[in-house]
Each structure stands twice: as structure tokens, then as C-alpha cells.
Write a protein that binds this ligand. Structure first.
Ligand code: GLU
Length: 178
């Protein structure tokens, strides 16, 4: 189990996301991360271990921005590490994920040529969505097309470079409160 949070706010959201992740700590986790949009551009911080490690990181390397997503990870694919921590990003797409993408191997094979940075099933989602956008889809269309390709149980939240008024969330078989 893990926790995912997304906020489109009027003020800086990283502190709010951190607070929300703290409320989800009881679910258990091994690493955590946050991505925000700063002046329209995605940036992220991730850390292994407890949320204090992420909040210490944010003190030294703050993440301004009024739109963001956050995650506490319970590793299923790939050990706890910064590279495997969420959010995962590929090009203009950042994503946090709770659950398991059962067909990630098949999707990874289709995405041959993409440069994967983690061992997770989740990173496949970011690459697939970015591939659809590169083919001309809008972020919403790309997220929808991506979700249609996924097998398994998941809750997902997407954030897109250049779209600071948009969060896309989806779930299948995993809980997600909006
Ligand atoms: N399967 C994903 C991973 O291993 C998400 C795990 C979770 O629900 O935290 O990164």
C-alpha cells in the first residue's frame, strides 16, 4: 500500500502535499517524492526512507509551484531507491501510482528505444503517455489512451509540463478520493 496526493492550489503546494502524505503514513511506505510545476516546468524531489528525509531535502532544495503530486511508495517492482521512488517522469509527463501494472513488461517491450531510469512498473505509464503526446495527443487524450492500455489494479495521478491547471486522476480496483 502507499499514498498518492495531487493538488491544484492557489499557493505553494509542496508543504500541503507533504502534510497530506504524513496523514497517509499509517499505510506504510519505504520512500517518498513530490513533483510540482514551477513556471510551467516539472521538477521533483525524491528520498528513500521516512518523510523527514524528503522534507529535509525540500528545505535545501525547495519546490515552489501551485500544482503538484506526491507519493509514498511501497515497493513492488524494484527495491526502495531514489531512482525507483515516484513521481516518475518522462518528457512532459510526471506520474504517481498506487498498485501494480500487470502488463508492464509487454508495454516496456513496445516502448523499445525509451530510456528507462527505474525498475518500476510505474515508469512505463509515464513513457507510454509521453509517447502518445509525442504523437500529437493532448495530455487528457494521452492519459486516457494510456489508461486504456493498462492491466491490473491502480490509482494514478498525472501532472503535465506546461499545464499548471490540469491534474488527471484515474483508478481501477484501488481507492482514490477526490
Ligand atoms: N508498483 C509500484 C512500484 O513498485 C507502486 C507501488 C505502490 O503502490 O507504492 O513502484
Amino acid at each position: 500500500m502507499c499514498g498518492i496526493v495531487g493538488i491544484l492550489g492557489k499557493h505553494e503546494v509542496a508543504p500541503l502535499i507533504l502534510e497530506a502524505l504524513k496523514r497517509l503514513e499509517y499505510r506504510g511506505y519505504d520512500s517518498a517524492g513530490i513533483a510540482t510545476l514551477q513556471n510551467g516546468h516539472l521538477d521533483r524531489r525524491r528520498a528513500v526512507g521516512k518523510l523527514i528525509n524528503l522534507s529535509d531535502r525540500l528545505v535545501h532544495e525547495p519546490l515552489p509551484g501551485k500544482a503538484g503530486i506526491g507519493h509514498t511508495r511501497w515497493a513492488t517492482h524494484g527495491p526502495p531507491s531514489e531512482a525507483n521512488a515516484h513521481p516518475h517522469q518522462n518528457g512532459p509527463v510526471a506520474v504517481v501510482h498506487n498498485g501494480i501494472i500487470e502488463n508492464y513488461r509487454e508495454l516496456r517491450a513496445e516502448l523499445a528505444g525509451s530510456n528507462f531510469e527505474s525498475e518500476t512498473d510505474t515508469e512505463t505509464v509515464a513513457h507510454l503517455c509521453a509517447r502518445f503526446m509525442a504523437g500529437g495527443m493532448t495530455p487528457r487524450e494521452a492519459a486516457k489512451a494510456t489508461i486504456a492500455r493498462l492491466e491490473g489494479a491502480f490509482a494514478l495521478c498525472f501532472l503535465f509540463d506546461g499545464h499548471d491547471d490540469l491534474l488527471v486522476a484515474a483508478r481501477r480496483g484501488s481507492p482514490l478520493a477526490i
